[in-house]
Design a protein around this ligand. Structure first.
Ligand code: NDP
Length: 242
């Protein structure tokens, strides 16, 4: 059954693949983005999925953005994928307050900003899917990413707590924790660092955005109704948590 979906950061990288996988699963999708109009236009032209711009770190912008997306989609949002994220890497002893605040705002506070405006509608409908994109580095911690690891670990806590609150209402809340995926975010990593990362991935390669997209689409479907509060690791075996 086709549902109405919003994917944050849905025009590039993993988010774009999630938007496309949801469309292929028969859903109507609005893809949010922050400011890269050129990428958003190209994505719209290529996929036919509507791109909508607002900052997920800004609560009022999210309320307005959700309302605009719901108008375009023709009704309340039934699927929300909180995918937008940024990195501001650096060793903690050199980390600025700004780098900390930026990452917590976009990678963690955005989950409140985006989920709060849609949760009442999902509860009232008795059906909903929220999928949050965490990271392997939120599970295991990563040197040089104290801000990012803290935010992505927070995403897991958010997922587990909200899943308990909404389970009886037919609303599942899950998390996908990707390992290293071949996107712009990972291209920013120096090649020698990337080579050593790949050497530590049992599958022997980076992940593909499409592999994450299809995993998310599965969690958003009716078949996944008994899965909630889960953290799905998609990392090529790089980190196996209990
Ligand atoms: P990209 O940098 O390729 O794309 C990020 C997307 O998020 C873009 O669409 C961007 O919009 C959007 N975005 C960034 N900031 C905001 C904001 N304030 N408001 C709205 N949209 C915003 O990232 P990836 O595809 O690599 O990563 C996607 C998610 O997956 C992130 O949460 C990331 O932390 C997580 N992840 C990624 C991994 C990887 O290996 N790539 C590994 C593990 C987790 P715009 O185009 O306008 O800039």
């Amino acid at each position: 059954m086709g549902r109405r979906a919003i994917v944050t950061g849905g025009t590039r990288g993993i988010g774009a693949a999630i938007s496309v996988a949801l469309k292929e699963a028969g859903h109507s999708v609005a893809a949010n983005y922050a400011g890269n109009d050129e990428a958003a236009k190209a994505f719209e032209a290529e996929t036919g999925i509507k791109a909508v711009k607002w900052d997920v770190g800004d609560y009022d912008a999210c309320v307005a953005g959700v309302a605009a997306a719901e108008k375009a989609l023709g009704g309340p949002v039934e699927i929300l994928v909180n995918n937008a994220g940024i990195t501001r890497d650096g060793m903690f002893h050199k980390m600025s307050k700004q780098s900390w605040d930026d990452v917590i705002r976009v990678d963690l506070t955005s989950l409140f900003n985006m989920t709060r405006p849609v949760i009442d509608g999902m509860r009232e409908a008795g059906w909903g899917r929220v999928v949050n994109i965490s990271s392997i580095n939120g599970q295991k911690g990563q040197m040089g990413q104290v801000n990012y690891s803290a935010a992505k670990a927070g995403v897991i806590g958010f997922t587990k707590a909200l899943a308990q609150e909404t389970a009886r209402k037919g609303v599942t809340v899950n998390c996908v924790a990707p390992g290293y995926i071949d996107t712009d975010m990972v291209s920013a990593v120096p090649q020698n660092v990337l080579d050593s990362i790949i050497a530590g991935i049992p599958v022997g390669r980076l992940g593909k955005a499409e592999e994450i997209g299809r995993a998310v689409a599965y969690l958003c479907g009716d078949d996944a109704g008994f899965i909630t509060g889960a953290v799905l690791a998609a990392n090529g075996g790089q980190y196996m948590s209990g």
